[in-house]
Design a protein around this ligand. Sequence first.
Ligand SMILES: [Ca+2]
Ligand SMILES: [Ca+2]
Ligand SMILES: [Ca+2]
Ligand SMILES: [Ca+2]
Length: 208
Amino acid sequence: MHRLTILVFVFCLVAGAAFAQTSDLLITEYLEGSGNNKALEIFNGTEDFIDLSSYSIEKYSNGSTVATSIPLTAVDLQPGDTWVIVNNLSEAALLALADQTNANLNFNGDDALVLMYAGNQVVDSFGRVGEDPGDYWACSEGNTQNHTLRRLSSICDGDTVVDDVFDPCLEFSFFPIDTFSGLGAHIADCGAVDTDFPTWGTLKASFR
Ligand SMILES: [Ca+2]
Ligand SMILES: [Ca+2]
Ligand SMILES: [Ca+2]
Ligand SMILES: [Ca+2]
C-alpha cells in the first residue's frame, strides 16, 4: 500500500475504535411504577445507526417460557440515542416521554424481558426466563417491583444468558417508584472497547 493510504487506513481504524462503545443495544432503564406506569429504555451505545425493525422485546410473564413479542418501531436509532417504550395506559407525564407505546408492555415485577434480534438472537435480558420469583427479583438495594432501575454506566455488554440467576444489584441502580427523570438519555462509560479492529501490535506486524 502507498504510505498515505496506510496512514489514512490507520487513522480510520483508530477513529473507529475510539468511538466504539457498547457491543449492541442495551436495556438501560426499567420502570415498574404505579398503576399502568411501565417503561423500558433501549440505548444505542455503538458507533453505528441501528435499524430497530430487526429487534423486539420478548416478555416472559410469571415464569413462563413462552413469550409475548413486542416489535420495535422501524426507525434508525442514532449512536448515543435512546428509545423509550411505554405502556399505552401510563399516565400522561410518562406517555410524554415515549418514543413508542405498546399495550403488551405490562410487566409487574416478576416478568422476564429479553431484547431479541431477528426473533432468535438474544441481545440483552432482564430477569430470569422460566423463573417465577414470587412478586419480584430482589437484592440488597431494592427489587424489580414499584421501582425504576437504571443500568450502571459501566455495563457495556448485554446479559445474553436469559435463564441464569438474576441479581439486579450487579448491573442496576435503584430509584423510587415513578422516577421518570432518567428516561430518554443514558451514559455508558465503556471506553474504546472493540474487538473488531486490529490492535497496534497486529497493525505493526502487517507493515513488515
Ligand atoms: Ca407496580
Ligand atoms: Ca407478572
Ligand atoms: Ca442473565
Ligand atoms: Ca436513562
